[in-house]
Design a protein around this ligand. Structure first.
Ligand code: FAD
Ligand code: EPU
Length: 345
Protein backbone atom coordinates (compact mmCIF):
# COMPACT_ATOMS: atom_id res chain seq x y z
CA UNK A 1 0.00 0.00 0.00
CA UNK A 2 1.45 3.37 -0.93
CA UNK A 3 0.36 6.97 -0.63
CA UNK A 4 1.02 9.02 -3.75
CA UNK A 5 1.26 12.64 -4.75
CA UNK A 6 -2.14 14.25 -4.74
CA UNK A 7 -2.76 15.21 -8.36
CA UNK A 8 -5.56 13.19 -9.96
CA UNK A 9 -4.29 13.90 -13.49
CA UNK A 10 -2.74 10.44 -13.92
CA UNK A 11 -5.92 8.90 -12.51
CA UNK A 12 -8.55 10.25 -14.92
CA UNK A 13 -8.64 9.83 -18.69
CA UNK A 14 -10.14 13.32 -19.12
CA UNK A 15 -6.66 14.40 -17.94
CA UNK A 16 -8.27 17.00 -15.68
CA UNK A 17 -5.96 18.62 -13.23
CA UNK A 18 -8.07 18.02 -10.11
CA UNK A 19 -6.45 17.29 -6.75
CA UNK A 20 -7.33 14.88 -3.96
CA UNK A 21 -6.61 15.24 -0.26
CA UNK A 22 -5.17 11.74 -0.35
CA UNK A 23 -4.59 8.99 -2.92
CA UNK A 24 -3.96 5.40 -1.82
CA UNK A 25 -3.16 2.46 -4.09
CA UNK A 26 -4.52 -0.78 -2.60
CA UNK A 27 -3.32 -4.20 -3.70
CA UNK A 28 -5.35 -6.32 -1.29
CA UNK A 29 -8.86 -6.43 0.14
CA UNK A 30 -7.42 -5.95 3.63
CA UNK A 31 -5.80 -2.68 2.59
CA UNK A 32 -9.10 -1.46 1.16
CA UNK A 33 -10.94 -2.22 4.40
CA UNK A 34 -8.19 -0.54 6.43
CA UNK A 35 -8.35 2.68 4.37
CA UNK A 36 -12.15 2.71 4.37
CA UNK A 37 -12.40 2.28 8.13
CA UNK A 38 -9.67 4.80 8.91
CA UNK A 39 -11.29 7.37 6.61
CA UNK A 40 -14.64 6.76 8.25
CA UNK A 41 -13.08 7.31 11.68
CA UNK A 42 -11.46 10.52 10.37
CA UNK A 43 -14.82 11.58 8.86
CA UNK A 44 -13.26 11.68 5.40
CA UNK A 45 -15.11 10.53 2.28
CA UNK A 46 -13.61 7.75 0.15
CA UNK A 47 -13.83 7.41 -3.63
CA UNK A 48 -13.08 4.03 -5.18
CA UNK A 49 -11.29 4.31 -8.49
CA UNK A 50 -10.08 1.96 -11.19
CA UNK A 51 -8.40 3.79 -14.07
CA UNK A 52 -10.66 6.86 -14.03
CA UNK A 53 -11.94 6.31 -17.57
CA UNK A 54 -15.59 6.87 -16.71
CA UNK A 55 -15.40 9.75 -14.25
CA UNK A 56 -15.51 13.53 -14.46
CA UNK A 57 -13.91 15.41 -11.58
CA UNK A 58 -15.98 18.57 -11.13
CA UNK A 59 -13.61 20.03 -8.55
CA UNK A 60 -10.89 18.96 -6.13
CA UNK A 61 -11.83 15.89 -4.11
CA UNK A 62 -11.67 16.48 -0.38
CA UNK A 63 -11.29 12.88 0.71
CA UNK A 64 -9.24 9.77 -0.03
CA UNK A 65 -9.18 8.29 -3.51
CA UNK A 66 -8.75 4.54 -3.11
CA UNK A 67 -7.29 3.07 -6.28
CA UNK A 68 -7.95 -0.62 -6.75
CA UNK A 69 -4.92 -2.58 -7.95
CA UNK A 70 -5.79 -6.09 -6.78
CA UNK A 71 -4.07 -8.31 -9.36
CA UNK A 72 -4.15 -11.90 -10.55
CA UNK A 73 -5.65 -14.03 -13.30
CA UNK A 74 -6.46 -17.70 -12.70
CA UNK A 75 -7.79 -19.98 -15.43
CA UNK A 76 -9.49 -23.35 -15.02
CA UNK A 77 -11.55 -25.41 -17.43
CA UNK A 78 -14.76 -27.38 -17.35
CA UNK A 79 -16.24 -29.50 -20.14
CA UNK A 80 -17.82 -26.55 -21.94
CA UNK A 81 -16.06 -23.42 -20.69
CA UNK A 82 -12.88 -21.71 -19.71
CA UNK A 83 -13.38 -20.07 -16.32
CA UNK A 84 -11.34 -17.02 -15.41
CA UNK A 85 -11.07 -15.52 -11.94
CA UNK A 86 -9.61 -12.03 -12.39
CA UNK A 87 -8.45 -9.51 -9.79
CA UNK A 88 -10.41 -6.26 -9.99
CA UNK A 89 -7.28 -4.16 -10.55
CA UNK A 90 -6.21 -5.94 -13.75
CA UNK A 91 -6.41 -3.84 -16.91
CA UNK A 92 -9.36 -4.89 -19.09
CA UNK A 93 -7.64 -4.66 -22.47
CA UNK A 94 -4.61 -6.58 -21.17
CA UNK A 95 -7.00 -9.32 -20.10
CA UNK A 96 -8.52 -9.43 -23.60
CA UNK A 97 -5.02 -9.79 -25.11
CA UNK A 98 -4.03 -12.39 -22.51
CA UNK A 99 -7.05 -14.57 -23.33
CA UNK A 100 -6.42 -14.37 -27.07
CA UNK A 101 -2.75 -15.26 -26.62
CA UNK A 102 -3.86 -18.33 -24.67
CA UNK A 103 -6.33 -19.26 -27.42
CA UNK A 104 -9.40 -18.46 -25.32
CA UNK A 105 -12.01 -16.67 -27.43
CA UNK A 106 -14.99 -14.57 -26.41
CA UNK A 107 -13.62 -11.19 -25.32
CA UNK A 108 -12.37 -10.00 -28.74
CA UNK A 109 -15.33 -7.64 -29.37
CA UNK A 110 -14.54 -5.87 -26.09
CA UNK A 111 -10.97 -4.97 -27.07
CA UNK A 112 -9.57 -1.54 -26.27
CA UNK A 113 -12.14 -0.60 -23.64
CA UNK A 114 -10.10 1.35 -21.07
CA UNK A 115 -10.33 0.67 -17.37
CA UNK A 116 -10.07 -2.11 -14.84
CA UNK A 117 -11.68 -5.53 -14.87
CA UNK A 118 -13.31 -4.66 -11.54
CA UNK A 119 -15.13 -1.73 -13.12
CA UNK A 120 -16.43 -3.75 -16.06
CA UNK A 121 -19.59 -5.06 -14.31
CA UNK A 122 -20.56 -1.64 -12.93
CA UNK A 123 -21.93 -0.30 -16.18
CA UNK A 124 -21.91 -3.71 -17.87
CA UNK A 125 -19.35 -2.58 -20.45
CA UNK A 126 -20.31 -3.24 -24.02
CA UNK A 127 -19.13 -2.78 -27.57
CA UNK A 128 -19.68 -4.21 -31.03
CA UNK A 129 -22.55 -6.51 -30.08
CA UNK A 130 -21.14 -7.98 -26.85
CA UNK A 131 -21.69 -6.92 -23.26
CA UNK A 132 -19.97 -8.05 -20.11
CA UNK A 133 -23.16 -9.84 -19.06
CA UNK A 134 -22.64 -12.36 -21.90
CA UNK A 135 -19.38 -13.59 -20.37
CA UNK A 136 -19.74 -12.80 -16.66
CA UNK A 137 -20.18 -15.72 -14.29
CA UNK A 138 -19.92 -13.92 -10.95
CA UNK A 139 -18.66 -10.81 -9.19
CA UNK A 140 -16.95 -10.85 -5.77
CA UNK A 141 -17.72 -7.83 -3.61
CA UNK A 142 -16.18 -6.69 -0.37
CA UNK A 143 -18.29 -5.12 2.34
CA UNK A 144 -15.87 -2.36 3.35
CA UNK A 145 -17.38 -1.92 6.81
CA UNK A 146 -17.30 -5.57 7.88
CA UNK A 147 -14.57 -6.95 5.59
CA UNK A 148 -16.93 -9.74 4.47
CA UNK A 149 -16.70 -11.00 0.89
CA UNK A 150 -19.83 -12.01 -1.00
CA UNK A 151 -20.16 -13.65 -4.41
CA UNK A 152 -22.98 -12.45 -6.69
CA UNK A 153 -24.03 -14.57 -9.64
CA UNK A 154 -24.36 -12.81 -12.98
CA UNK A 155 -28.13 -12.94 -12.56
CA UNK A 156 -27.90 -11.26 -9.17
CA UNK A 157 -25.86 -8.45 -10.77
CA UNK A 158 -29.05 -7.33 -12.61
CA UNK A 159 -27.17 -6.29 -15.72
CA UNK A 160 -28.89 -3.87 -18.10
CA UNK A 161 -27.77 -1.41 -20.75
CA UNK A 162 -24.93 0.49 -19.00
CA UNK A 163 -26.47 -0.58 -15.71
CA UNK A 164 -26.15 -3.10 -12.87
CA UNK A 165 -26.80 -3.53 -9.17
CA UNK A 166 -23.43 -1.81 -8.58
CA UNK A 167 -25.06 1.50 -9.52
CA UNK A 168 -27.88 0.87 -7.05
CA UNK A 169 -27.93 -1.44 -4.00
CA UNK A 170 -24.17 -2.01 -3.92
CA UNK A 171 -23.05 1.47 -4.99
CA UNK A 172 -21.79 2.66 -1.61
CA UNK A 173 -19.77 0.78 0.97
CA UNK A 174 -18.81 -2.09 -1.32
CA UNK A 175 -15.78 -2.68 -3.51
CA UNK A 176 -15.64 -5.12 -6.37
CA UNK A 177 -12.52 -7.19 -5.77
CA UNK A 178 -12.73 -9.90 -8.47
CA UNK A 179 -14.74 -10.87 -11.52
CA UNK A 180 -15.43 -14.41 -12.76
CA UNK A 181 -15.79 -14.91 -16.50
CA UNK A 182 -16.89 -17.99 -18.44
CA UNK A 183 -15.76 -18.24 -22.05
CA UNK A 184 -17.45 -20.91 -24.15
CA UNK A 185 -15.10 -23.47 -25.69
CA UNK A 186 -17.55 -23.73 -28.61
CA UNK A 187 -16.89 -20.20 -29.82
CA UNK A 188 -19.57 -18.37 -31.80
CA UNK A 189 -18.30 -15.19 -33.47
CA UNK A 190 -20.41 -12.06 -32.97
CA UNK A 191 -20.12 -10.14 -36.24
CA UNK A 192 -23.39 -8.26 -36.35
CA UNK A 193 -22.16 -4.71 -35.63
CA UNK A 194 -20.51 -2.06 -37.81
CA UNK A 195 -17.77 -3.21 -40.15
CA UNK A 196 -17.76 -6.65 -38.51
CA UNK A 197 -20.66 -7.68 -40.77
CA UNK A 198 -18.17 -7.81 -43.65
CA UNK A 199 -16.33 -10.72 -42.02
CA UNK A 200 -16.99 -14.31 -43.11
CA UNK A 201 -18.75 -16.19 -40.28
CA UNK A 202 -17.35 -19.53 -41.54
CA UNK A 203 -13.71 -18.50 -41.62
CA UNK A 204 -13.31 -15.62 -39.19
CA UNK A 205 -10.90 -15.98 -36.25
CA UNK A 206 -11.06 -14.25 -32.84
CA UNK A 207 -7.86 -12.40 -33.75
CA UNK A 208 -9.46 -11.00 -36.92
CA UNK A 209 -12.41 -9.68 -34.92
CA UNK A 210 -10.00 -8.21 -32.36
CA UNK A 211 -8.04 -6.49 -35.16
CA UNK A 212 -11.21 -5.15 -36.81
CA UNK A 213 -12.55 -3.81 -33.51
CA UNK A 214 -9.21 -2.15 -32.73
CA UNK A 215 -9.19 -0.60 -36.18
CA UNK A 216 -12.74 0.80 -35.89
CA UNK A 217 -12.11 2.12 -32.41
CA UNK A 218 -8.83 3.76 -33.34
CA UNK A 219 -10.43 5.54 -36.29
CA UNK A 220 -13.35 6.97 -34.25
CA UNK A 221 -12.36 7.30 -30.62
CA UNK A 222 -9.67 9.67 -29.37
CA UNK A 223 -6.76 8.10 -27.50
CA UNK A 224 -7.02 9.43 -23.92
CA UNK A 225 -3.22 9.48 -23.68
CA UNK A 226 -3.25 12.20 -26.32
CA UNK A 227 -6.69 13.81 -26.00
CA UNK A 228 -8.49 13.57 -22.68
CA UNK A 229 -11.94 11.96 -22.82
CA UNK A 230 -14.11 9.36 -21.10
CA UNK A 231 -15.54 7.56 -24.14
CA UNK A 232 -19.24 8.10 -24.80
CA UNK A 233 -20.20 11.00 -22.58
CA UNK A 234 -23.94 10.25 -22.75
CA UNK A 235 -25.88 7.00 -22.79
CA UNK A 236 -27.84 6.17 -25.90
CA UNK A 237 -31.40 7.18 -24.97
CA UNK A 238 -34.06 4.50 -24.84
CA UNK A 239 -37.54 5.81 -25.76
CA UNK A 240 -41.04 4.37 -26.06
CA UNK A 241 -42.19 2.82 -29.35
CA UNK A 242 -44.63 5.74 -29.75
CA UNK A 243 -41.91 8.38 -29.40
CA UNK A 244 -39.65 6.43 -31.75
CA UNK A 245 -42.44 6.31 -34.37
CA UNK A 246 -42.87 10.08 -34.17
CA UNK A 247 -39.13 10.60 -34.58
CA UNK A 248 -38.97 8.14 -37.47
CA UNK A 249 -41.65 10.10 -39.31
CA UNK A 250 -39.61 13.29 -38.96
CA UNK A 251 -36.11 11.80 -39.28
CA UNK A 252 -36.34 8.61 -41.37
CA UNK A 253 -32.57 8.26 -41.70
CA UNK A 254 -31.92 8.20 -37.94
CA UNK A 255 -30.62 4.90 -36.49
CA UNK A 256 -33.25 3.02 -34.44
CA UNK A 257 -32.43 -0.07 -32.40
CA UNK A 258 -35.61 -1.88 -31.25
CA UNK A 259 -35.22 -3.51 -27.82
CA UNK A 260 -36.75 -6.76 -26.59
CA UNK A 261 -39.19 -4.92 -24.32
CA UNK A 262 -40.66 -2.92 -27.22
CA UNK A 263 -38.73 0.25 -26.44
CA UNK A 264 -36.31 1.71 -28.97
CA UNK A 265 -32.71 2.78 -28.44
CA UNK A 266 -31.55 5.87 -30.33
CA UNK A 267 -28.00 6.85 -31.27
CA UNK A 268 -27.02 9.84 -29.12
CA UNK A 269 -24.02 10.44 -31.43
CA UNK A 270 -26.36 10.82 -34.40
CA UNK A 271 -28.66 13.23 -32.50
CA UNK A 272 -25.69 15.40 -31.45
CA UNK A 273 -24.20 15.25 -34.93
CA UNK A 274 -27.57 16.37 -36.41
CA UNK A 275 -27.42 19.47 -34.22
CA UNK A 276 -24.20 20.33 -36.06
CA UNK A 277 -22.22 20.17 -32.87
CA UNK A 278 -19.11 18.31 -34.07
CA UNK A 279 -16.14 20.51 -33.17
CA UNK A 280 -18.32 22.79 -31.01
CA UNK A 281 -16.20 24.25 -28.20
CA UNK A 282 -16.74 25.79 -24.78
CA UNK A 283 -13.58 26.85 -22.96
CA UNK A 284 -11.10 23.99 -23.35
CA UNK A 285 -13.82 21.38 -23.97
CA UNK A 286 -15.06 20.27 -27.38
CA UNK A 287 -17.34 17.80 -29.13
CA UNK A 288 -15.09 15.28 -30.89
CA UNK A 289 -15.09 15.66 -34.67
CA UNK A 290 -14.98 11.92 -35.47
CA UNK A 291 -17.59 10.82 -32.89
CA UNK A 292 -20.04 13.40 -31.57
CA UNK A 293 -20.91 11.31 -28.51
CA UNK A 294 -17.42 11.87 -27.14
CA UNK A 295 -16.62 15.12 -25.34
CA UNK A 296 -12.92 15.90 -25.24
CA UNK A 297 -10.49 17.92 -23.18
CA UNK A 298 -9.16 19.81 -26.17
CA UNK A 299 -7.05 22.36 -24.37
CA UNK A 300 -6.56 22.42 -20.62
CA UNK A 301 -10.28 22.12 -19.98
CA UNK A 302 -11.66 22.32 -16.47
CA UNK A 303 -14.46 20.18 -15.12
CA UNK A 304 -16.65 23.30 -15.40
CA UNK A 305 -15.88 23.57 -19.16
CA UNK A 306 -16.97 19.98 -19.72
CA UNK A 307 -20.14 20.54 -17.67
CA UNK A 308 -20.98 23.71 -19.64
CA UNK A 309 -20.48 21.86 -22.92
CA UNK A 310 -22.55 18.88 -21.76
CA UNK A 311 -25.32 21.29 -20.71
CA UNK A 312 -25.32 22.94 -24.14
CA UNK A 313 -25.33 19.61 -25.99
CA UNK A 314 -28.22 18.34 -23.85
CA UNK A 315 -30.22 21.53 -24.41
CA UNK A 316 -29.74 21.56 -28.17
CA UNK A 317 -30.58 17.89 -28.63
CA UNK A 318 -33.55 18.22 -26.25
CA UNK A 319 -34.89 21.28 -28.06
CA UNK A 320 -34.57 19.73 -31.52
CA UNK A 321 -35.69 16.15 -30.82
CA UNK A 322 -37.44 16.31 -27.42
CA UNK A 323 -34.99 13.63 -26.28
CA UNK A 324 -33.07 14.50 -23.12
CA UNK A 325 -29.64 12.93 -22.90
CA UNK A 326 -28.27 11.50 -19.66
CA UNK A 327 -24.55 11.20 -18.95
CA UNK A 328 -22.92 7.80 -18.89
CA UNK A 329 -19.91 9.36 -17.18
CA UNK A 330 -19.98 9.53 -13.36
CA UNK A 331 -19.68 13.06 -11.93
CA UNK A 332 -17.49 13.42 -8.84
CA UNK A 333 -17.77 16.51 -6.61
CA UNK A 334 -15.68 17.57 -3.62
CA UNK A 335 -17.35 15.07 -1.28
CA UNK A 336 -18.43 12.30 -3.64
CA UNK A 337 -20.59 11.41 -6.60
CA UNK A 338 -23.21 13.90 -7.76
CA UNK A 339 -26.39 13.40 -9.78
CA UNK A 340 -25.01 13.98 -13.29
CA UNK A 341 -28.35 14.94 -14.87
CA UNK A 342 -28.94 17.44 -12.08
CA UNK A 343 -25.53 19.01 -12.68
CA UNK A 344 -26.01 19.55 -16.43
CA UNK A 345 -29.78 20.20 -16.53
P1 FAD B 1 -13.41 4.33 -13.12
O1 FAD B 1 -13.67 5.45 -14.05
O2 FAD B 1 -12.18 4.36 -12.31
O3 FAD B 1 -14.66 4.16 -12.15
C1 FAD B 1 -15.98 4.17 -12.66
C2 FAD B 1 -16.96 4.10 -11.48
O4 FAD B 1 -16.82 2.86 -10.79
C3 FAD B 1 -16.72 5.18 -10.43
O5 FAD B 1 -17.99 5.57 -9.94
C4 FAD B 1 -15.92 4.46 -9.35
O6 FAD B 1 -16.14 5.05 -8.07
C5 FAD B 1 -16.47 3.05 -9.42
N1 FAD B 1 -15.47 2.00 -9.10
C6 FAD B 1 -14.25 1.88 -9.67
N2 FAD B 1 -13.64 0.76 -9.23
C7 FAD B 1 -14.50 0.17 -8.35
C8 FAD B 1 -14.45 -1.02 -7.57
N3 FAD B 1 -13.40 -1.85 -7.58
N4 FAD B 1 -15.52 -1.32 -6.79
C9 FAD B 1 -16.62 -0.52 -6.78
N5 FAD B 1 -16.72 0.63 -7.49
C10 FAD B 1 -15.66 0.97 -8.26
N6 FAD B 1 -17.36 1.75 -21.89
C11 FAD B 1 -18.08 0.80 -22.51
O7 FAD B 1 -18.96 0.19 -21.90
N7 FAD B 1 -17.87 0.50 -23.83
C12 FAD B 1 -16.94 1.12 -24.56
O8 FAD B 1 -16.80 0.82 -25.75
C13 FAD B 1 -16.15 2.12 -23.95
N8 FAD B 1 -15.21 2.79 -24.64
C14 FAD B 1 -14.46 3.75 -24.04
C15 FAD B 1 -13.48 4.40 -24.79
C16 FAD B 1 -12.70 5.38 -24.22
C17 FAD B 1 -11.64 6.07 -25.05
C18 FAD B 1 -12.86 5.70 -22.83
C19 FAD B 1 -11.97 6.72 -22.20
C20 FAD B 1 -13.84 5.06 -22.08
C21 FAD B 1 -14.66 4.08 -22.68
N9 FAD B 1 -15.66 3.41 -21.96
C22 FAD B 1 -16.40 2.41 -22.57
C23 FAD B 1 -15.94 3.74 -20.55
C24 FAD B 1 -14.97 3.03 -19.56
O9 FAD B 1 -13.91 2.46 -20.23
C25 FAD B 1 -15.70 1.96 -18.75
O10 FAD B 1 -16.77 2.51 -18.03
C26 FAD B 1 -14.76 1.26 -17.76
O11 FAD B 1 -15.36 0.09 -17.28
C27 FAD B 1 -14.36 2.16 -16.61
O12 FAD B 1 -13.30 1.54 -15.90
P2 FAD B 1 -12.39 2.34 -14.89
O13 FAD B 1 -11.57 1.32 -14.15
O14 FAD B 1 -11.64 3.39 -15.57
O15 FAD B 1 -13.49 2.94 -13.92
N1 EPU C 1 -23.27 8.49 -35.44
C1 EPU C 1 -23.35 9.64 -36.18
N2 EPU C 1 -22.50 10.68 -35.87
C2 EPU C 1 -21.60 10.59 -34.85
C3 EPU C 1 -21.53 9.41 -34.07
C4 EPU C 1 -22.38 8.36 -34.39
O1 EPU C 1 -24.16 9.76 -37.09
O2 EPU C 1 -20.87 11.56 -34.64
C5 EPU C 1 -24.13 7.36 -35.79
C6 EPU C 1 -23.32 6.23 -36.44
O3 EPU C 1 -23.16 6.44 -37.81
C7 EPU C 1 -24.15 5.02 -36.11
C8 EPU C 1 -24.75 5.35 -34.75
O4 EPU C 1 -24.69 6.77 -34.62
O5 EPU C 1 -25.20 4.88 -37.03
C9 EPU C 1 -24.04 4.66 -33.59
O6 EPU C 1 -22.66 5.06 -33.57
P1 EPU C 1 -21.49 4.06 -33.09
O7 EPU C 1 -21.60 2.75 -33.80
O8 EPU C 1 -20.22 4.79 -33.20
O9 EPU C 1 -21.84 3.74 -31.59
P2 EPU C 1 -22.36 4.65 -30.40
O10 EPU C 1 -23.79 4.35 -30.16
O11 EPU C 1 -21.98 6.07 -30.60
C10 EPU C 1 -21.89 2.81 -28.63
C11 EPU C 1 -21.34 2.78 -27.24
C12 EPU C 1 -19.82 2.75 -27.28
C13 EPU C 1 -19.38 1.50 -28.04
C14 EPU C 1 -19.96 1.56 -29.46
C15 EPU C 1 -19.65 0.31 -30.25
C16 EPU C 1 -22.91 3.88 -25.75
C17 EPU C 1 -23.23 5.10 -24.97
N3 EPU C 1 -21.79 3.93 -26.48
O12 EPU C 1 -21.49 4.05 -29.20
O13 EPU C 1 -19.33 2.67 -25.95
O14 EPU C 1 -17.97 1.42 -28.12
O15 EPU C 1 -21.39 1.69 -29.37
O16 EPU C 1 -20.42 -0.74 -29.79
O17 EPU C 1 -23.64 2.92 -25.68
C18 EPU C 1 -18.70 4.02 -24.11
O18 EPU C 1 -19.66 3.52 -23.51
O19 EPU C 1 -17.91 4.84 -23.57
C19 EPU C 1 -18.47 3.66 -25.51
C20 EPU C 1 -17.50 4.18 -26.25
Amino acid sequence: MSTQLHSLKPFNTFNLNAMAANIVIAETAEEMVFVWQKSLADRQPVLLLGEGSNVLFLEDYQGTVLVNRIRGIAVRESDDDWHLHVGAGENWHNLVEYTLEKGLAGLENLAMIPGCVGSSPIQNIGAYGVELKHVCEYVDILDLSSGKIQRLTAQECQFGYRDSIFKHKYQTGYAIIAVGLALKKAWIPVITYGDLIRLDAEKVTPQQIFDAVCYMRTSKLPNPKITGNAGSFFKNPVVSAEQAALLKARFPDAPFYPQRDGQVKLAAGWLIDRCDLKGFTIGGAAVHRQQALVLINQQEATGADIVALAHEVRQRVGTKFNVWLEPEVRFIGALGEKDAVGVIA
